[in-house]
Design a protein around this ligand. Structure first.
Ligand SMILES: O=C(O)CCC(=O)C(=O)O
Length: 283
């Protein structure tokens, strides 16, 4: 598709979560309605696991099939009603053979499901004195890369822990992406250390926009999300970020920055692939 415009308005909805799925989804619905009314965005993003508490013991209970489940239907209706793209954060998905995935759905302005990304790298870590989490206790990993086209701009989709794997972001850049969107829920151990660093690293390495959307921080929750949903531009500069509470971040993306950076610092054409691809680069 040819580029309709180089400017695209985004609204990132950093939402409060709870143990009540209907309340969570209806909160997303009302925040989407408000963002449309007040800001007319072209694309709206939601947080990771926005309709459920984030925890391995909850994923199965809250899981839904896609696209006929309750949450999917709400997002589809809203996208169509307001003629917007919705990158629907993630929800626990009930997939084939009873497997559960952490899945991002993307809805077009006609209400169609145009992409479904299942988290590829499961969040299994054990930081002594910090946080232990093992998504693989209940989730299966997705095996597919996901890109969408919005008004001629190619956008890659990843989910939270996926951001740590620079190979994935590189692959999206090589496929022509100008932005990567990661619904995400970092925590109070890795968030302060790595949240901004990883986003600026992926943006800098690949000279594209990086967009994250986190749940709001709730200190009384079992899993305390870091917040600070963010847009980083292709110069690796933080264009806009949220604090830690419930908040809507609105920004106009100028995609011409992508070409500007790539021309002025042309690292991709300067890479010495002839040298890297040697036995010394083996794992
Ligand atoms: O990578 C991290 O530190 C956090 C990842 C995470 O919270 C997730 O994948 O849900």
């Amino acid at each position: 598709m040819s580029k309709v415009s180089n400017i695209m308005r985004l609204a990132l909805l950093q939402l409060k979560g709870s143990k009540d799925k209907t309340v969570n989804v209806q909160n997303a619905v009302s925040k989407i309605e408000a963002a449309v009314r007040e800001h007319q965005p072209r694309l709206i993003t939601l947080p990771e696991c926005f309709n459920a508490p984030y925890g391995t013991k909850y994923f199965r209970e809250y899981s839904e099939t896609i696209p006929d489940g309750y949450t999917s239907q709400q997002l589809s209706n809203l996208a169509k009603k307001h003629q917007v793209y919705i990158v629907g954060g993630t929800i626990p998905e009930l997939g084939e053979n009873d497997a559960i995935y952490n899945t991002c759905t993307v809805w077009s302005p006609s209400g169609d499901l145009i992409a479904k990304h299942r988290k590829m790298h499961l969040f299994d870590i054990d930081v002594k004195g910090g946080i232990r989490f093992k998504e693989s206790e209940t989730l299966s990993a997705g095996n597919d890369f996901t890109t969408i086209d919005v008004d001629g701009h190619k956008i890659g989709i990843g989910i939270c822990y996926d951001i740590r794997f620079e190979e994935m972001a590189r692959l999206y850049r090589n496929e022509g992406c100008e932005m990567i969107i990661y619904p995400a829920a970092f925590n109070m151990t890795t968030g302060p250390l790595h949240w901004e660093l990883l986003q600026r690293s992926r943006a800098n390495d690949n000279q594209l926009f990086v967009v994250t959307t986190s749940p709001a921080r709730d200190p009384s929750a079992e899993y305390v999300a870091y917040g600070h949903s963010m847009i980083v531009d292709p110069w690796a500069k933080v264009q806009k970020s949220a604090s830690d509470g419930e908040e809507t971040v609105v920004a106009d993306i100028d995609f011409s920055l992508v070409e500007q950076v790539r021309q002025q610092i042309p690292v991709f054409s300067q890479r010495r692939l002839d040298l890297y691809a040697t036995a010394r680069n083996g794992q």
